[in-house]
Write a protein that binds this ligand. Structure first.
Ligand SMILES: [Cu+2]
Length: 131
């Protein structure tokens, strides 16, 4: 399968018990100094996605992409659960985890990055490839 070949972790453990009729794509993204792993993520338009962001670094990191600014997103973290019409960015402290759930619609390649000053320039960026 294409996603597995790209080195993504697609965890059966991350799938909800009641995923509904349509399978959910689960992708774990690790953040550290100064990279996202994986940095290339392939999604399928119309298929619900759960991005699990984990900050494995020693300092705070952010996840930001214009792709999510006008897309309904559900955010589930250790201490929060929010649904919003769009997401500007999410910042995680070291050790922090958050899940972003959304349904990609628009196809194309979209950059994501850590927009804390200097991090993107140091290599902390990647691409969402929605097909
Ligand atoms: Cu960063």
């Amino acid at each position: 399968m294409r996603l597995a070949a790209a080195g993504l972790v697609i965890g059966a453990l991350l799938m909800p018990a009641s995923a509904g009729a349509q399978a959910q794509t689960a992708v774990r993204i690790e953040m550290s100094e100064f990279a996202f792993r994986p940095a290339a993520i392939t999604l399928t338009a119309g298929r619900p996605v759960r991005l699990v962001l984990v900050n494995e670094g020693q300092i705070a990191h952010q996840f930001e992409t214009a792709y999510l600014r006008a897309l309904p997103v559900r955010i589930v973290g250790d201490t929060l659960h929010a649904e919003m019409p769009g997401l500007e960015f999410i910042r995680l402290n070291p050790g922090g985890t958050a899940r972003l759930e959304f349904v990609p619609r628009r196809k194309g390649r979209f950059v994501f990055a850590c927009t804390i000053e200097g991090h993107q320039e140091a290599g902390m960026r990647g691409v969402l490839d929605v097909r």
